[in-house]
Design a protein around this ligand. Sequence first.
Ligand code: CA
Length: 234
Amino acid sequence: MSKRILIVEDETDLAQILAEYLQRDGFVATTIADGLLAMAELRQAPPDLLLLDLMLPGMDGIAILRELRKTSELPVIMVTARTEEIDRLLGLELGADDYICKPYSPREVVARVKTVLRRAQPASAASAASGSASASGSLLEIDADTMQARVAGKNLELTPKEFRLLQTLAGKPGRVFSRAQLLDALYADNLEVSERAIDSHLKNLRRKLAPAFPDEEPIRSIYGVGFAFESFAS
Ligand code: CA
């Protein structure tokens, strides 16, 4: 069954190009240029994934996502014209699954669509129980009680900060966290700590994860935005 992608974008040329790229890759792509019409379509015939532009006539992307998230976990990739805007969007905790900044390459968008869809499948079945949690589809196990992280049964020697960082990122695979959000997760009182502190903990964490993920980078950097944990099929 072909996956249905709804593109909500008022720049119709852009939407059309994207739809063609997605169709070439076997998706069924529909385009809508107005926010209110999009909301109606989402209620009547929800797609498998929503590509949602931020600035739209009728109803903007933020309002659409807020409304949608009241009832739906549908994968959403938010599209904005400005990198700086993404930080603000992250702060609103709208629950988008990924963010793409214009101008983008349609190829990149297709790749991101595939990644988000791949992630969405096991994630819906994964339990959100506290205690022992494993990132969907990966070999990583995180035990909150003992503060131990294991990859394929092998302990990672992590400092408490590195553990907390991994727990935060891997707890929501694919979610993008800004430095400020990671800082909040790591330090009770972050007044004294520079956001750059995150970088050194991340560097060490990546070094320790590297032997377990020789061909992959489990923690993805999104330039100007933040970091996300990728889940891999085991
Ligand atoms: Ca727009």
